[in-house]
Design a protein around this ligand. Structure first.
Ligand SMILES: CC(C)(COP(=O)(O)OP(=O)(O)OC[C@H]1O[C@@H](n2cnc3c(N)ncnc32)[C@H](O)[C@@H]1OP(=O)(O)O)[C@@H](O)C(=O)NCCC(=O)NCCS
Length: 152
C-alpha cells in the first residue's frame, strides 16, 4: 500500500463523503445504488481508506444475515489517482479476514456486464465469475456474479 494511506472501519458519517464522489469515480451515475442505509446499517463491516485525511477508497460489505456462511460486498471504489496500487486488493483482504473470523467461508458480489474493470479485478483476485445471468435483477437487468471461497 502507498505511503500516507490508512484503512479503518467505516462509520455512518462517512456516507456524505462517499456519496459525493461515486458518480465521478465510476464515470456514470451510480449513487442511486448506494443509499444511506448501507452506511447506517453496515458501517461496522465496511471499510474506508484515507490518504492524508482524504477519501481514497471504500468497501461496503456485510456478513449476510440470511446466509450464515456468506459475506457480501455491495460496492468497492478507489479514487482514480490511487488505482493500480493494490488498494482494492487490500480492502478485499481485510474484509475477507474479518469475514473468516466471523465464520464466513465465501464472499459474493455482483456487477453489471458492462463493468469490464470490475470483472477483471475480481478475476485477478481469484473469484469465480459467472454470467451474464439474464434478468438477474429484474426484466432486462442482466448481472455477472462473483464468488470466492475463503481459505483457513
Ligand atoms: C475496480 C477497482 C475497485 C480496482 O481498484 P484498484 O485499487 O485499482 O485495484 P488493485 O490495484 O487492488 O488491483 C488488484 C488486481 O486487479 C487488477 N485490476 C484492477 N482493476 C483492473 C482493471 N480495470 N482492468 C484489469 N485488471 C484490473 C489489477 O491488475 C490487480 O491484479 P494483480 O494484483 O494480479 O496485478 C477500481 O478500478 C475502481 O474503483 N473502479 C470504479 C468503481 C468500480 O467499478 N468498482 C467495482 C464494482 S462495485
Amino acid at each position: 500500500m502507498a505511503t500516507g494511506l490508512s484503512i479503518r472501519p467505516a462509520v455512518p458519517t462517512d456516507y456524505d463523503a462517499i456519496a459525493g464522489v461515486v458518480d465521478d469515480w465510476w464515470g456514470r451515475p451510480v449513487l442511486q445504488a448506494i443509499p444511506r442505509l448501507f452506511l447506517d446499517h453496515f458501517a461496522s463491516t465496511s471499510l474506508v481508506a484515507e490518504h492524508h485525511g482524504q477519501l481514497a477508497g471504500f468497501l461496503i460489505g456485510f456478513f449476510a444475515p440470511a446466509e450464515s456462511l456468506c459475506a457480501y460486498i455491495h460496492f468497492v471504489g478507489v479514487h482514480p489517482n490511487h488505482r493500480g496500487t493494490g488498494l482494492a486488493r487490500e480492502l478485499y483482504g481485510r474484509f475477507g479476514a474479518a469475514a473468516r473470523a466471523h465464520g464466513r467461508t465465501m464472499i459474493r458480489a455482483i456487477t453489471s456486464p458492462g463493468n469490464v474493470g470490475s470483472v477483471a479485478f475480481h478475476r485477478a483476485l481469484g473469484f469465480v465469475v459467472d454470467g451474464p445471468i439474464a434478468d438477474y435483477n429484474g426484466p432486462g437487468r442482466d448481472m455477472i456474479t462473483f464468488e470466492l471461497r475463503l481459505t483457513e
